[in-house]
Design a protein around this ligand. Structure first.
Ligand SMILES: Cc1ncc(COP(=O)(O)O)c(C=O)c1O
Length: 404
Protein backbone atom coordinates (compact mmCIF):
# COMPACT_ATOMS: atom_id res chain seq x y z
CA UNK A 1 0.00 0.00 0.00
CA UNK A 2 1.49 3.35 -1.06
CA UNK A 3 0.60 7.03 -1.05
CA UNK A 4 0.94 8.65 -4.47
CA UNK A 5 2.96 11.85 -4.50
CA UNK A 6 1.46 15.00 -6.00
CA UNK A 7 -2.14 13.83 -5.67
CA UNK A 8 -4.33 15.18 -2.84
CA UNK A 9 -4.90 12.46 -0.26
CA UNK A 10 -8.69 12.68 -0.66
CA UNK A 11 -8.35 11.81 -4.36
CA UNK A 12 -6.27 8.67 -3.84
CA UNK A 13 -9.27 6.33 -3.83
CA UNK A 14 -10.20 3.84 -6.55
CA UNK A 15 -13.42 4.02 -8.58
CA UNK A 16 -15.36 2.42 -5.73
CA UNK A 17 -14.10 4.91 -3.15
CA UNK A 18 -11.46 2.71 -1.49
CA UNK A 19 -8.14 4.04 -0.23
CA UNK A 20 -5.29 1.53 -0.42
CA UNK A 21 -7.82 -0.92 -1.87
CA UNK A 22 -9.54 -1.53 1.47
CA UNK A 23 -10.51 1.59 3.47
CA UNK A 24 -13.67 3.60 2.84
CA UNK A 25 -16.03 2.72 -0.01
CA UNK A 26 -19.74 3.36 -0.25
CA UNK A 27 -21.79 0.98 1.86
CA UNK A 28 -25.06 2.87 1.60
CA UNK A 29 -28.75 2.10 1.41
CA UNK A 30 -30.04 1.50 -2.09
CA UNK A 31 -32.29 4.58 -2.01
CA UNK A 32 -29.32 6.78 -1.14
CA UNK A 33 -27.12 5.61 -4.02
CA UNK A 34 -28.39 8.11 -6.60
CA UNK A 35 -28.55 11.13 -4.25
CA UNK A 36 -24.99 10.36 -3.10
CA UNK A 37 -23.84 10.08 -6.73
CA UNK A 38 -25.49 13.44 -7.46
CA UNK A 39 -23.79 14.99 -4.44
CA UNK A 40 -20.47 13.56 -5.51
CA UNK A 41 -20.84 15.02 -9.02
CA UNK A 42 -21.86 18.38 -7.59
CA UNK A 43 -18.93 18.46 -5.15
CA UNK A 44 -16.38 17.57 -7.85
CA UNK A 45 -17.82 20.34 -10.03
CA UNK A 46 -17.91 22.94 -7.25
CA UNK A 47 -14.35 22.35 -6.03
CA UNK A 48 -13.17 23.30 -9.54
CA UNK A 49 -15.61 26.17 -10.01
CA UNK A 50 -13.99 29.61 -9.68
CA UNK A 51 -17.22 31.26 -8.54
CA UNK A 52 -17.76 28.69 -5.81
CA UNK A 53 -14.13 28.93 -4.65
CA UNK A 54 -14.45 32.71 -4.43
CA UNK A 55 -17.62 32.33 -2.38
CA UNK A 56 -15.95 29.78 -0.06
CA UNK A 57 -12.95 32.07 0.42
CA UNK A 58 -15.28 34.97 1.10
CA UNK A 59 -17.04 33.04 3.87
CA UNK A 60 -13.77 31.70 5.32
CA UNK A 61 -12.42 35.25 5.50
CA UNK A 62 -15.42 37.39 6.33
CA UNK A 63 -17.63 34.96 8.23
CA UNK A 64 -15.15 32.57 9.91
CA UNK A 65 -12.67 35.39 10.49
CA UNK A 66 -9.72 34.55 8.22
CA UNK A 67 -6.33 33.15 9.12
CA UNK A 68 -6.01 31.72 12.64
CA UNK A 69 -2.90 32.54 14.73
CA UNK A 70 0.37 30.61 14.82
CA UNK A 71 2.70 31.31 17.74
CA UNK A 72 5.33 29.82 19.99
CA UNK A 73 4.43 28.63 23.49
CA UNK A 74 7.51 30.20 25.07
CA UNK A 75 6.72 29.35 28.69
CA UNK A 76 5.86 25.72 28.00
CA UNK A 77 8.97 25.37 25.83
CA UNK A 78 11.21 26.83 28.54
CA UNK A 79 9.56 24.76 31.24
CA UNK A 80 10.01 21.46 29.37
CA UNK A 81 13.49 22.40 28.20
CA UNK A 82 13.57 20.57 24.87
CA UNK A 83 11.95 21.10 21.47
CA UNK A 84 10.25 24.38 20.59
CA UNK A 85 6.49 24.05 21.00
CA UNK A 86 4.28 26.02 18.60
CA UNK A 87 0.51 26.35 18.49
CA UNK A 88 -1.79 26.69 15.48
CA UNK A 89 -4.74 28.15 17.33
CA UNK A 90 -7.68 27.02 15.23
CA UNK A 91 -9.96 27.68 18.24
CA UNK A 92 -9.66 31.38 17.37
CA UNK A 93 -11.99 30.85 14.39
CA UNK A 94 -15.58 32.16 14.62
CA UNK A 95 -17.31 29.06 15.98
CA UNK A 96 -14.24 28.14 18.05
CA UNK A 97 -13.31 24.84 16.37
CA UNK A 98 -12.16 23.49 13.00
CA UNK A 99 -15.72 22.25 12.47
CA UNK A 100 -16.47 25.77 11.18
CA UNK A 101 -14.74 24.93 7.90
CA UNK A 102 -16.78 21.88 6.91
CA UNK A 103 -20.00 23.26 8.39
CA UNK A 104 -19.64 26.32 6.16
CA UNK A 105 -18.69 24.36 3.03
CA UNK A 106 -21.58 21.95 3.59
CA UNK A 107 -24.03 24.84 3.93
CA UNK A 108 -22.69 26.35 0.68
CA UNK A 109 -23.04 22.97 -1.07
CA UNK A 110 -26.60 22.63 0.27
CA UNK A 111 -27.42 26.04 -1.25
CA UNK A 112 -25.76 25.10 -4.55
CA UNK A 113 -27.81 21.88 -4.62
CA UNK A 114 -30.97 23.99 -4.27
CA UNK A 115 -31.91 22.30 -0.98
CA UNK A 116 -33.45 24.17 1.94
CA UNK A 117 -32.79 21.64 4.68
CA UNK A 118 -29.51 20.56 6.21
CA UNK A 119 -28.92 17.87 8.85
CA UNK A 120 -25.83 16.92 10.80
CA UNK A 121 -24.54 14.88 13.72
CA UNK A 122 -22.61 16.14 16.70
CA UNK A 123 -20.82 14.75 19.77
CA UNK A 124 -18.96 17.60 21.43
CA UNK A 125 -21.48 20.01 19.94
CA UNK A 126 -18.78 21.86 17.99
CA UNK A 127 -19.97 20.64 14.60
CA UNK A 128 -23.60 21.10 15.63
CA UNK A 129 -22.99 24.64 16.74
CA UNK A 130 -21.03 25.52 13.61
CA UNK A 131 -23.62 23.92 11.34
CA UNK A 132 -26.45 25.75 13.12
CA UNK A 133 -24.56 29.03 12.71
CA UNK A 134 -23.78 28.42 9.04
CA UNK A 135 -27.41 27.41 8.40
CA UNK A 136 -28.65 30.62 10.00
CA UNK A 137 -26.15 32.63 7.95
CA UNK A 138 -27.30 31.00 4.69
CA UNK A 139 -30.99 30.82 5.60
CA UNK A 140 -31.29 27.03 5.73
CA UNK A 141 -33.42 24.96 8.07
CA UNK A 142 -31.20 22.84 10.28
CA UNK A 143 -31.63 19.69 12.39
CA UNK A 144 -28.84 18.42 14.62
CA UNK A 145 -28.75 14.83 15.89
CA UNK A 146 -27.07 14.50 19.27
CA UNK A 147 -26.84 11.69 21.86
CA UNK A 148 -28.67 12.41 25.11
CA UNK A 149 -25.48 11.74 27.10
CA UNK A 150 -23.71 14.42 25.05
CA UNK A 151 -26.64 16.84 25.34
CA UNK A 152 -26.06 16.75 29.10
CA UNK A 153 -22.26 17.02 29.07
CA UNK A 154 -21.96 19.67 26.34
CA UNK A 155 -24.78 21.97 27.47
CA UNK A 156 -23.13 25.28 26.42
CA UNK A 157 -23.07 24.13 22.80
CA UNK A 158 -26.65 22.87 22.98
CA UNK A 159 -27.71 26.39 23.97
CA UNK A 160 -25.70 27.86 21.07
CA UNK A 161 -27.42 25.53 18.59
CA UNK A 162 -30.87 26.36 19.89
CA UNK A 163 -30.13 30.09 19.92
CA UNK A 164 -28.98 29.80 16.30
CA UNK A 165 -32.40 28.36 15.44
CA UNK A 166 -31.49 24.69 14.93
CA UNK A 167 -33.76 21.88 16.00
CA UNK A 168 -31.99 19.35 18.20
CA UNK A 169 -33.01 15.73 17.76
CA UNK A 170 -32.04 13.83 20.93
CA UNK A 171 -30.75 10.30 20.28
CA UNK A 172 -31.30 7.81 23.07
CA UNK A 173 -30.29 4.58 21.35
CA UNK A 174 -27.14 2.57 22.09
CA UNK A 175 -24.62 4.53 24.13
CA UNK A 176 -26.51 7.81 23.43
CA UNK A 177 -23.27 9.37 22.14
CA UNK A 178 -21.74 10.39 18.80
CA UNK A 179 -21.82 6.98 17.11
CA UNK A 180 -25.58 6.74 17.66
CA UNK A 181 -26.15 10.35 16.60
CA UNK A 182 -24.35 9.67 13.29
CA UNK A 183 -26.44 6.51 12.72
CA UNK A 184 -29.74 8.30 13.37
CA UNK A 185 -28.76 11.27 11.24
CA UNK A 186 -27.81 9.02 8.33
CA UNK A 187 -31.10 7.13 8.70
CA UNK A 188 -33.03 10.39 8.57
CA UNK A 189 -31.09 11.46 5.48
CA UNK A 190 -31.87 8.21 3.63
CA UNK A 191 -35.61 8.92 4.03
CA UNK A 192 -35.32 12.63 3.19
CA UNK A 193 -32.46 12.88 0.69
CA UNK A 194 -34.61 14.55 -2.00
CA UNK A 195 -35.00 17.70 0.06
CA UNK A 196 -32.17 17.49 2.56
CA UNK A 197 -28.38 17.79 2.48
CA UNK A 198 -26.41 15.60 4.89
CA UNK A 199 -23.40 17.23 6.54
CA UNK A 200 -21.28 14.61 8.30
CA UNK A 201 -19.38 15.96 11.31
CA UNK A 202 -16.02 14.32 10.65
CA UNK A 203 -13.95 12.79 7.84
CA UNK A 204 -16.08 9.65 7.99
CA UNK A 205 -19.00 8.16 6.08
CA UNK A 206 -19.35 7.16 2.44
CA UNK A 207 -16.64 8.55 0.16
CA UNK A 208 -18.13 11.90 -0.79
CA UNK A 209 -18.85 12.86 2.82
CA UNK A 210 -15.31 12.29 4.04
CA UNK A 211 -13.98 14.09 0.96
CA UNK A 212 -16.10 17.19 1.58
CA UNK A 213 -14.98 17.28 5.20
CA UNK A 214 -11.25 16.79 4.56
CA UNK A 215 -11.33 19.20 1.61
CA UNK A 216 -12.76 21.90 3.90
CA UNK A 217 -10.48 21.45 6.93
CA UNK A 218 -7.43 21.53 4.60
CA UNK A 219 -7.67 25.29 5.07
CA UNK A 220 -5.76 24.76 8.34
CA UNK A 221 -2.61 23.34 6.71
CA UNK A 222 -2.80 25.77 3.78
CA UNK A 223 -2.53 28.62 6.28
CA UNK A 224 0.03 26.81 8.41
CA UNK A 225 2.36 26.18 5.47
CA UNK A 226 2.51 29.91 4.68
CA UNK A 227 2.91 30.83 8.34
CA UNK A 228 5.73 28.31 8.87
CA UNK A 229 7.60 29.56 5.80
CA UNK A 230 7.15 33.17 6.96
CA UNK A 231 8.50 32.26 10.41
CA UNK A 232 11.38 29.94 9.48
CA UNK A 233 12.08 30.86 5.85
CA UNK A 234 11.46 27.22 4.81
CA UNK A 235 9.64 24.09 5.95
CA UNK A 236 11.95 22.98 8.74
CA UNK A 237 12.12 19.49 10.21
CA UNK A 238 9.01 19.37 12.37
CA UNK A 239 6.42 17.21 14.08
CA UNK A 240 2.71 17.96 13.61
CA UNK A 241 0.70 16.63 16.53
CA UNK A 242 -3.08 16.43 16.40
CA UNK A 243 -5.87 14.72 18.30
CA UNK A 244 -7.90 12.05 16.47
CA UNK A 245 -11.62 11.48 16.97
CA UNK A 246 -13.15 10.81 13.57
CA UNK A 247 -10.04 12.50 12.21
CA UNK A 248 -11.19 15.73 10.52
CA UNK A 249 -8.93 18.18 12.33
CA UNK A 250 -5.82 16.02 11.84
CA UNK A 251 -6.45 15.52 8.13
CA UNK A 252 -6.90 19.27 7.71
CA UNK A 253 -3.76 19.99 9.74
CA UNK A 254 -1.64 17.52 7.78
CA UNK A 255 -2.93 17.55 4.21
CA UNK A 256 -0.43 20.08 2.78
CA UNK A 257 2.45 18.11 4.29
CA UNK A 258 1.66 14.54 3.24
CA UNK A 259 4.26 14.55 0.44
CA UNK A 260 7.17 15.49 2.73
CA UNK A 261 9.28 12.53 3.90
CA UNK A 262 8.29 11.51 7.40
CA UNK A 263 11.77 12.28 8.73
CA UNK A 264 11.17 15.86 7.60
CA UNK A 265 7.53 16.34 8.63
CA UNK A 266 6.41 13.71 11.10
CA UNK A 267 2.64 13.29 11.56
CA UNK A 268 1.52 12.17 15.02
CA UNK A 269 -2.11 11.44 15.84
CA UNK A 270 -3.35 11.03 19.41
CA UNK A 271 -6.48 9.03 20.16
CA UNK A 272 -8.40 8.82 23.43
CA UNK A 273 -7.22 5.71 25.28
CA UNK A 274 -10.51 3.78 25.21
CA UNK A 275 -11.58 4.92 21.72
CA UNK A 276 -8.34 4.12 19.97
CA UNK A 277 -8.82 1.86 16.92
CA UNK A 278 -5.52 2.96 15.35
CA UNK A 279 -3.47 2.46 18.49
CA UNK A 280 -4.95 -0.87 19.52
CA UNK A 281 -4.75 -2.69 16.17
CA UNK A 282 -8.52 -2.88 15.90
CA UNK A 283 -10.10 -4.99 13.15
CA UNK A 284 -11.50 -3.75 9.88
CA UNK A 285 -15.29 -3.26 10.06
CA UNK A 286 -17.99 -1.34 8.25
CA UNK A 287 -19.42 1.62 10.08
CA UNK A 288 -21.46 4.53 8.73
CA UNK A 289 -21.01 3.55 5.12
CA UNK A 290 -17.26 2.93 5.11
CA UNK A 291 -14.70 0.23 5.89
CA UNK A 292 -12.30 1.30 8.62
CA UNK A 293 -10.48 0.10 11.72
CA UNK A 294 -13.11 -0.08 14.38
CA UNK A 295 -13.48 -1.27 17.96
CA UNK A 296 -15.57 -4.43 17.86
CA UNK A 297 -16.44 -7.24 20.27
CA UNK A 298 -15.78 -10.94 19.67
CA UNK A 299 -18.98 -11.19 17.59
CA UNK A 300 -17.88 -8.35 15.34
CA UNK A 301 -20.37 -5.90 16.83
CA UNK A 302 -19.36 -2.26 17.37
CA UNK A 303 -18.11 -1.84 20.93
CA UNK A 304 -19.14 0.88 23.37
CA UNK A 305 -16.37 3.35 24.02
CA UNK A 306 -15.49 5.79 26.75
CA UNK A 307 -13.83 9.17 26.74
CA UNK A 308 -14.11 12.22 28.98
CA UNK A 309 -14.23 14.06 25.68
CA UNK A 310 -17.51 13.82 23.77
CA UNK A 311 -15.68 14.61 20.51
CA UNK A 312 -13.44 11.55 20.81
CA UNK A 313 -16.00 9.02 21.91
CA UNK A 314 -16.25 7.22 18.54
CA UNK A 315 -15.42 3.54 17.92
CA UNK A 316 -14.25 3.98 14.31
CA UNK A 317 -11.96 6.42 12.55
CA UNK A 318 -11.63 8.05 9.16
CA UNK A 319 -10.59 5.66 6.36
CA UNK A 320 -8.01 8.34 5.48
CA UNK A 321 -6.25 7.76 8.80
CA UNK A 322 -6.40 3.98 8.33
CA UNK A 323 -4.64 4.58 5.00
CA UNK A 324 -2.03 6.88 6.60
CA UNK A 325 -1.41 4.31 9.32
CA UNK A 326 -1.00 1.32 7.01
CA UNK A 327 1.28 3.22 4.64
CA UNK A 328 3.38 4.24 7.64
CA UNK A 329 3.03 7.94 6.83
CA UNK A 330 1.50 8.82 10.23
CA UNK A 331 2.13 7.42 13.70
CA UNK A 332 -0.69 7.05 16.22
CA UNK A 333 -0.70 6.83 20.01
CA UNK A 334 -3.21 7.54 22.77
CA UNK A 335 -3.80 9.52 25.97
CA UNK A 336 -6.13 8.78 28.88
CA UNK A 337 -8.68 11.13 30.46
CA UNK A 338 -6.27 11.80 33.33
CA UNK A 339 -3.36 12.51 31.01
CA UNK A 340 -5.46 14.96 28.99
CA UNK A 341 -6.57 16.73 32.18
CA UNK A 342 -2.98 16.94 33.47
CA UNK A 343 -1.87 18.39 30.12
CA UNK A 344 -4.71 20.91 30.25
CA UNK A 345 -3.66 21.95 33.77
CA UNK A 346 0.00 22.44 32.91
CA UNK A 347 -0.56 24.23 29.61
CA UNK A 348 -3.21 26.65 30.90
CA UNK A 349 -1.05 27.42 33.95
CA UNK A 350 1.99 28.31 31.83
CA UNK A 351 0.19 29.71 28.79
CA UNK A 352 -2.94 31.60 29.89
CA UNK A 353 -3.70 32.69 26.31
CA UNK A 354 -4.57 29.14 25.18
CA UNK A 355 -7.63 27.28 26.36
CA UNK A 356 -7.62 23.86 24.70
CA UNK A 357 -10.87 21.94 24.87
CA UNK A 358 -10.60 18.36 26.14
CA UNK A 359 -9.99 17.07 22.61
CA UNK A 360 -6.72 18.93 21.84
CA UNK A 361 -5.73 18.46 25.51
CA UNK A 362 -5.21 14.79 24.55
CA UNK A 363 -2.58 15.65 21.97
CA UNK A 364 -0.91 18.05 24.39
CA UNK A 365 -0.12 15.03 26.54
CA UNK A 366 2.00 13.64 23.70
CA UNK A 367 3.59 17.06 23.08
CA UNK A 368 4.60 17.29 26.76
CA UNK A 369 5.95 13.72 26.72
CA UNK A 370 7.99 14.25 23.54
CA UNK A 371 9.40 17.77 23.89
CA UNK A 372 11.95 17.15 26.70
CA UNK A 373 13.46 14.25 24.73
CA UNK A 374 14.26 16.48 21.75
CA UNK A 375 16.84 19.16 21.05
CA UNK A 376 16.08 22.86 21.28
CA UNK A 377 16.30 23.33 17.50
CA UNK A 378 13.53 20.77 16.91
CA UNK A 379 9.99 21.98 16.29
CA UNK A 380 6.68 20.58 17.43
CA UNK A 381 3.45 22.19 16.24
CA UNK A 382 0.13 21.17 17.70
CA UNK A 383 -3.37 22.00 16.52
CA UNK A 384 -5.39 23.75 19.21
CA UNK A 385 -8.54 22.77 17.36
CA UNK A 386 -11.21 23.64 19.94
CA UNK A 387 -11.90 26.05 22.79
CA UNK A 388 -12.47 24.79 26.34
CA UNK A 389 -15.55 26.91 27.16
CA UNK A 390 -17.77 23.91 26.34
CA UNK A 391 -15.92 21.73 28.88
CA UNK A 392 -15.93 24.21 31.78
CA UNK A 393 -18.15 22.10 34.00
CA UNK A 394 -16.36 18.80 33.36
CA UNK A 395 -12.97 20.41 33.93
CA UNK A 396 -14.10 22.15 37.12
CA UNK A 397 -15.58 18.90 38.46
CA UNK A 398 -12.36 17.00 37.70
CA UNK A 399 -9.56 19.41 38.60
CA UNK A 400 -11.40 21.75 40.98
CA UNK A 401 -11.26 24.94 38.91
CA UNK A 402 -11.57 26.38 35.43
CA UNK A 403 -8.79 28.83 34.58
CA UNK A 404 -9.93 32.40 34.02
C1 LIG B 1 -12.74 20.60 19.28
C2 LIG B 1 -12.74 19.22 18.71
N1 LIG B 1 -11.57 18.65 18.43
C3 LIG B 1 -11.50 17.40 17.93
C4 LIG B 1 -12.64 16.67 17.70
C5 LIG B 1 -12.50 15.28 17.19
O1 LIG B 1 -13.00 15.11 15.92
P1 LIG B 1 -12.06 15.09 14.64
O2 LIG B 1 -11.05 14.02 14.88
O3 LIG B 1 -12.99 14.82 13.55
O4 LIG B 1 -11.40 16.43 14.54
C6 LIG B 1 -13.89 17.23 17.97
C7 LIG B 1 -15.12 16.51 17.72
O5 LIG B 1 -16.20 16.92 17.98
C8 LIG B 1 -13.94 18.55 18.49
O6 LIG B 1 -15.10 19.14 18.77
Amino acid sequence: MKIKRGIPLIDQHDKNGFYGGKFGGNYVAETAIQPIKDLSNLFEKLRRDKKFLKLKDHYFKNYLGGETPFFKLENLTNYLGGAQIWCKDVSAIHGQAHKGYHATVNALICKAAGKKYIVGDTGAGMFGKNLAMAARELKLKCKIFMGTKDIKRQAPNVKFMKDAGAEIIPVDTGSATLVDAVSECMRYYVSNCDTTHLAVGSAIGANVFLKICAYSTAQISKELKTQVIEEFGEIPKMKLVNVIGGGSSAIGFWSEFIDYPKKHVELIGVEAKYCAPLTTNAKLAILHGAAQYCLTDKNGQIKETHSISAGLDYPGVSPLHCFLKDTGRARYCSASDEQALAAFKLVTKLEPSVKPSLEPAHCLHEVIRLAPKLNQDEIIIYNNCGHAYKDQKIIKDRIGYFPS
